[in-house]
Design a protein around this ligand. Structure first.
Ligand SMILES: [Zn+2]
Length: 405
């Protein structure tokens, strides 16, 4: 079967003959008038299939009968499509060889912009100017026929628009449903995301709170507090040292007036002078040894006696040629508080220095002096006069501390 169609797809002829063979018009009994009309066309004789001949719009098909032959022309595309012998009653007809039979070409026409889905034909070259019909007189019968045709065309348009509108509404409804479904999914996911985010935030906050509480509980018993406590004790000791320094400062100023030339040397020797001084006072050493380091009652008396001796000995030795002894007597009250004031040397270090003293007697004296310094003012303890023979020992051990001032 071959489908033959005019150029506007209005006339469709279904033929059993696959090939179009040019018919011998002269042998078909066509009269001359008809031959003249269709001489420009190459006609082929084909056998119609069961579907026969169909028209999308019969109103667009112009029929002309000459003798036993009736010719049909598509007024839309202006092509004489076929001719039928009314006398033979056979299914053999003449068709125009210009009819389209390529399925690809037909499909291409249906996809073209000129194709009308409403009327299922190609409305090529139609514009507003061509719609301006010049007034012409019509017979009453033709007018009615044309009017019916126009009405049918209008009705088809109306039906088409109604169908398309309904289809449009249906598409809109489906689209809305799809969009609402998508929005519902999006909304649900967005809320889940929000809850997830908030949960993460709250979990983080709860974790931080737990950690802070745990740290607080650990801090109560952690060694860091002990460190802080030790630092507090250090600071308190510093304060005490500062007080000691304040007490000594008048003495220091007096010393500077009298012995300014030997201050540096005094600083180097000040620590050694204390044990020397204690050793010199044998009666006090014996008291310390007998009563022990914990005895605090006799210490003030010892200091007072030392102060008295210090003053007398300082004057005596300053007048004499022995400058070293005079240096020690004045340097001692000054230097010891200064050493404590730096905060870098604890009492333990001072004690270590005394322990390293080569003379065991000096060690005992230094321990007693240390015990005294714990309970009494350090300036009083070191206010004694040293002996010259211990100078060299201090030179080796004290310089690195004296320069810190
Ligand atoms: Zn046509």
């Amino acid at each position: 079967m071959v489908r033959l169609t005019c150029e506007c797809l209005n006339v469709n002829i279904h033929s059993k003959t696959p090939n179009l063979v040019t018919a011998d018009v002269a042998n078909l009994g066509l009269n001359e008038t008809l031959q003249k009309e269709i001489k420009y066309s190459e006609l082929a004789e084909v056998q119609l299939d069961l579907e026969g001949i169909s028209q999308e719009h019969p109103c667009l098909l112009k029929k002309k009968t000459v003798g036993h032959w009736t010719t049909y022309e598509c007024v839309n595309c202006g092509l004489l499509t076929h001719a039928v012998n009314t006398a033979s009653r056979s299914n053999r007809i003449l068709v125009n060889k210009k009819l389209l039979r390529d399925a690809t070409a037909i499909e291409s026409l249906m996809q073209s912009p000129d194709y009308s889905p409403l009327y299922n034909i190609v409305l090529k070259g139609v514009n507003d100017n061509q719609h301006r019909f010049t007034p012409f007189g019509l017979q009453s019968s033709k007018y009615e026929s044309l009017q019916e045709t126009l009405t049918a065309v209008q009705q088809r348009l109306n039906q088409y628009l109604i169908q398309e509108e309904a289809a449009m509404e249906e598409r809109i409804r489906k689209y809305q449903e799809e969009q609402r479904t998508q929005y519902a999914k999006l909304q649900s996911k967005a809320r889940r995301d929000k809850n997830t985010l908030i949960s993460s935030l709250l979990a983080s906050e709860a974790k931080d709170l737990t950690e802070s509480l745990t740290e607080a509980m650990v801090d109560d018993s952690s060694p860091e507090n002990s460190v802080e406590a030790s630092s507090l004790t250090e600071s308190s000791s510093l304060e005490q040292d500062t007080r000691n320094q304040n007490k000594v400062s008048p003495v220091q100023q007096q010393d500077k007036k009298s012995q300014s030339n030997y201050q540096s040397h005094q600083l180097l020797q000040r620590t050694t002078s204390a044990p020397v001084r204690l050793q010199s006072n044998r009666s006090l050493d014996e008291v310390f040894e007998l009563e022990g380091l914990d005895d605090d009652e006799d210490l003030p008396a010892f200091d007072e006696s030392d102060d008295d001796t210090d003053n007398s000995m300082n004057e005596d030795q300053s007048d004499s040629s022995d400058r070293d002894s005079g240096i020690y007597s004045r340097s001692i009250p000054i230097s010891v508080p200064m050493a404590f004031r730096t905060g870098k040397f604890s009492e333990r270090e001072e004690e270590d220095v005394y322990k390293t003293a080569p003379d065991p007697e000096h060690m005992a004296a230094s321990i007693k002096a240390l015990a005294l310094s714990v309970h009494e003012d350090g300036t009083e303890m070191f206010g004694d006069l040293p002996r010259p023979r211990h100078n060299t020992w201090g030179d080796h051990h004290r310089p690195h501390r004296s320069f810190r001032h």
